[in-house]
Write a protein that binds this ligand. Structure first.
Ligand code: ATP
Length: 513
C-alpha cells in the first residue's frame, strides 16, 4: 500500500468510526473545516490532558489561563500580525488555482533530496557490500549536480524570504520550471502577500462597528495577561503560562485533512525568562518537548528537528518538531525564542509597563520569552496516522487496529457479555458501573464476532468478556488489543489492572522534566 493510499484509508476510517467528519457535511462541507465525532473528541480531550498535565501539573512554575478569542484590535497591531502575518500567494492563470509560493519551492527542494536519495539507493544496489555512501555522495557527478542546484536555489529562496522579495520568489518558481499540478502549465501570476487573519465586526451597527479579528494564535492572550498572572500568582521568573484554545487562519489549503485547517486548536506555553538566558531555555524546551512526543512510542526515527529558514518577525531562534506523516515529515510543533518583542510592543501600544522586578538582581526588565506551540489537531493526526494498522492474522483473517497509546485511547475498556441472557449482561453492566467514574468504559452490544473488531478499530486497549464461569467464580477474560493475549482475572482486580494500563503516569515517567 502506498503512503497516499494509506492516508486515504485513514481519512475514511476516521469518518466511519466517529473520529472526524467534514464540517456541515449535509451542505457539502466547508473548506478545511472539520468536526470531531464521539471518538475523535475523546482522543482530542486526552491529548489535551496529556499536554496540560505535563505543563501545569508537573511544573510548579507553570500555570494555565483561558483567555477570550476576541481581543482589542490594537493587540494585533502590537503583535505585528496586521502588518506581517502574510503568506506569499501565486495563482495559476489556467487552472485558476491558488498556491503558497514558498510551499511550491519547498516541495521542489524536497524533490531534489528525493532524487539524490534514489541515486544513492541505485548505487548501493550496484556496488553491494563495498558501497561507501559518503564517498559516493561526494564524487558522483549526477548527485553533485543535483545537490549544487538544490543548494543554489535554497540560498536564493532563503534570501528572498528574508528580504520579502516577491518578484524573486516568482523568478525561482519559473527558473525551477515548477508547474501547476492541476493544469500542468507554468502560466503564473505575480506573487502577492495575503493576510491570514479573519475579521469581523463588533457592535450593533455596521457604521459604528469596530473591526476585530479572530485570533490567529493563542499566545497574545497570554502576553496581555502577563502581569495579571505574575502579580496574582506571585510568580517568580523563570515561569510559564499555558493555554489551550481555538485559533483561526484563512489558509490557502492543500488537501491535507486536519493538518491545515482554517479553524484549529493550539496548545501554547509562554515561558518568561531573564534576558540573556533565553538560548539555554530554548534548548531545554526543545528537548523536553521532543521527549513528550517520543514518550508516545511511535519510534524515535519518526521525529526530527527542523531549524527555520526564515525567522518570524518576533523570533531570534526557532525550531520545529517534525513528524513523519504519510505525506512526509511535517511540522507539529514550534519552539520559538520570541525575545521581548511581544511584551515590548504591548508596552509601546498600550502605554502600560509590562516589567518584572527581579529580586535576585534588583533590576526591573521586560522578560524574554521562549514559546512552545503545538496544534492539537496535528497531534490528533500524528496519533491516528502512527496508530493505524492493517494486520493479517493467523488463519487468514484480517483486522484494522488503531494502536493508540492506551492513555490517549477514546475508550479504555469494553465489557462484553458472551451471550445476551443468563444474567451475563447484568454482570457486564455492573463492571462498567464500577469503572466508569475513573475510565471511559463501555458496554458492548454488538454480536460476538464483530465486537473485538469494532473495539480494535477505535483503539480500545482492553476488552473484558463475561461468560458463564464468571457467574461461578467471579473471574472474567481480559483481552489486550495489541498482542491479543488473553488473561483471566478476578472482577475485583479489574480497576487496578485498567489503571495500570491506561494511566498517563506511564507516559510522564518517560519524560525527563
Ligand atoms: P505552518 O508552517 O505549517 O503554516 P506555522 O509555522 O505557521 O505552521 P505556528 O504559527 O508556529 O505554525 O503555529 C504553531 C502550531 O500550530 C503549528 O506547529 C501547528 O501544529 C499548529 N498550526 C498552525 N497552523 C495550523 C493550521 N492551519 N491547522 C492546524 N494546525 C495549525
Amino acid at each position: 500500500m502506498t503512503q497516499e493510499e494509506l492516508f486515504k484509508k485513514l481519512v475514511a476510517h476516521c469518518k466511519e468510526y466517529g473520529f472526524i467528519f467534514p464540517s456541515s457535511e449535509i451542505y457539502d462541507g466547508l473548506g478545511a473545516v472539520y468536526d470531531y465525532g464521539q471518538n475523535g473528541v475523546e482522543l482530542k480531550n486526552n491529548i489535551k490532558r496529556y499536554w496540560w498535565d505535563s505543563m501545569v501539573k508537573l511544573h510548579d512554575n507553570i500555570v494555565g489561563i483561558d483567555a477570550a478569542i476576541f481581543m482589542h484590535p490594537r493587540t494585533w497591531e502590537a503583535s505585528g500580525h496586521v502588518g506581517a502575518f502574510n503568506d506569499p500567494l501565486i495563482d495559476n492563470k489556467d487552472s485558476k488555482k491558488r498556491y503558497r509560493a514558498d510551499v511550491l519551492i519547498e516541495e521542489w527542494l524536497a524533490k531534489q533530496d528525493e532524487k539524490i536519495g534514489k541515486e544513492v539507493e541505485k548505487a548501493r544496489k550496484r556496488f553491494g557490500e563495498a558501497f561507501d555512501e559518503e564517498q559516493y555522495r561526494a564524487t558522483s557527478p549526477r548527485v553533485k549536480e543535483i545537490a549544487e542546484r538544490r543548494d543554489e536555489i535554497h540560498s536564493r529562496f532563503a534570501d528572498a524570504l528574508n528580504n520579502n522579495d516577491l518578484a524573486e520568489l516568482r523568478q525561482i518558481i519559473l527558473d525551477c520550471e515548477i508547474v501547476c499540478p492541476i493544469s500542468g502549465t507554468r502560466n503564473w501570476t505575480d506573487v502577492r502577500q495575503f493576510n491570514l487573519m479573519f475579521s469581523t465586526q463588533m457592535g450593533s451597527t455596521a457604521e459604528g462597528a469596530n473591526t476585530i479579528y479572530l485570533r490567529p494564535e493563542t499566545a497574545q492572550g497570554i502576553f496581555v495577561n502577563f502581569l495579571n498572572v505574575q502579580k496574582t500568582g506571585r510568580m517568580k521568573i523563570p515561569f510559564g503560562i499555558a493555554q489551550i484554545g481555538k485559533a483561526f487562519r484563512n489558509e490557502i489549503v492543500a488537501r491535507q485533512f486536519i493538518f491545515r485547517m482554517r479553524e484549529f486548536e493550539q496548545m501554547e506555553m509562554q515561558f518568561f525568562v531573564r534576558p540573556g538566558t533565553e538560548m539555554e531555555w530554548w534548548n531545554k524546551w526543545k528537548n523536553t518537548r521532543m521527549a513528550w512526543h517520543r514518550a508516545l512510542g511511535f519510534g524515535d526515527d519518526n521525529y526530527r528537528f527542523h531549524d527555520h529558514e526564515k525567522l518570524a518577525h518576533y523570533a531570534n531562534a526557532a525550531a520545529d518538531i517534525e513528524f513523519n506523516f504519510p505525506f512526509g515529515f511535517k511540522e507539529v510543533e514550534g519552539i520559538h525564542s520570541r525575545t521581548d518583542f511581544d511584551l515590548g510592543n504591548h508596552e509601546k501600544f498600550s502605554g502600560r509597563k509590562l516589567r518584572y522586578f527581579d529580586p535576585e538582581t534588583g533590576e526591573s526588565y521586560v522578560p524574554y520569552v521562549v514559546e512552545t506551540s503545538i496544534g492539537v489537531d496535528r497531534m490528533v493526526l500524528q496519533v491516528l496516522s502512527a496508530a493505524y494498522c492493517e494486520e493479517k492474522l493467523e488463519g487468514g483473517e484480517e483486522r484494522t487496529v488503531l494502536r493508540i497509546p492506551a492513555a490517549l485511547a477514546p475508550v479504555k475498556a469494553a465489557a462484553m457479555p458472551l451471550v445476551k441472557k443468563d444474567g451475563l449482561p447484568e454482570v457486564a453492566q455492573k463492571i462498567v458501573d464500577s469503572l466508569k467514574y475513573d475510565f471511559n468504559s463501555y458496554d458492548e452490544k454488538d454480536s460476538i464476532g464483530k465486537r473485538y473488531r469494532r473495539q480494535d478499530a477505535v483503539g480500545t486497549p482492553l476488552c473484558i468478556t463475561v461468560d458463564h464461569t464468571t457467574l461461578e467464580d467471579g473471574t472474567v477474560t481480559v483481552r489486550h488489543r495489541d498482542t491479543m493475549a488473553q488473561q483471566r482475572v478476578r472482577i475485583e482486580e479489574l480497576h487496578a489492572l485498567v489503571d495500570g494500563e491506561v494511566s498517563l503516569r506511564k507516559l510522564f515517567s518517560k519524560i525527563d522534566l
